[in-house]
Write a protein that binds this ligand. Sequence first.
Ligand code: GUN
Length: 284
Amino acid sequence: MTAQIIDGKAVSVKCLDKIAAEVAKRTAENKRPPCLAVILVGDNPASHVYVRNKKNACEKVGFRSLSYEKSADFSEAELLALINELNNDDTVDGILVQLPVPDHIDSQKIIERIRPDKDVDGFHPYNIGRLAVKMPLMRPCTPKGVMTMLAEYGIDVKGKNVTIVGQSNIVGRPQALEMLMNRATITVCHTATKDLPAEVGRADIVVAAVGRPNCIKGEWIKDGAVVIDVGINRLENGKLCGDVEFATAREKASYITPVPGGVGPMTIASLLENTLEAAKLHDK
Ligand code: GUN
């Protein structure tokens, strides 16, 4: 079997078009455009690219965006004070602090300072907790984007065996909660997992979120499985690749996401959806 490619870029364009139409409707109703504040501390080159992409996407759909680019010596206290200011600014709907932050800043403290109704990343324990009890408010962007993409391709997760490789707060854990909310049977793998190839081999749907190039081997994939690759790894030759060995996995899977052009664009689409949702909350 040669898998059909899941075109995340195309799905994201569709999401962005829908958001832009809603922004135009808001303008016609004399409502303000949604506003996202993006904060970047330090000079991580990948973070600069991600933040630029987020700002460009805001512009495309007609959002207002505020950008705070601070040097690596910006203190934790200064960052908390900036978040306080944005929390209290009624014209700001969403606040995003790009991760990772420099070592002298406690990222969990930062995440917990953002008001949950402005936490468009969905990382605040309040938002993770709401997702855990099937009453989501702000849903973490990458796992949400994966669910949107699967739905767009008519792939129902209900009753499926889903193996998630990776247990991060950003992807693996909230992805498990998203899948469980949609009645999948979930397995979450990590470095203490005894037999990773066997866990992957049982899966109807595999979500790889490890951050190590080609670490999920194509030969592990069950015939006809759906493969979602969240990894974005830069190789020494400058090329991007995922966590899954793409060419061999494609010969086993029914559907597979490419890197780039798969999950990546969906993360941004979800961020904009969350910001629009936050603006709607703040209308009232
Ligand atoms: N770093 C890697 N992924 C993300 C994300 O989704 N949001 C933020 N804020 N930082 C990240």
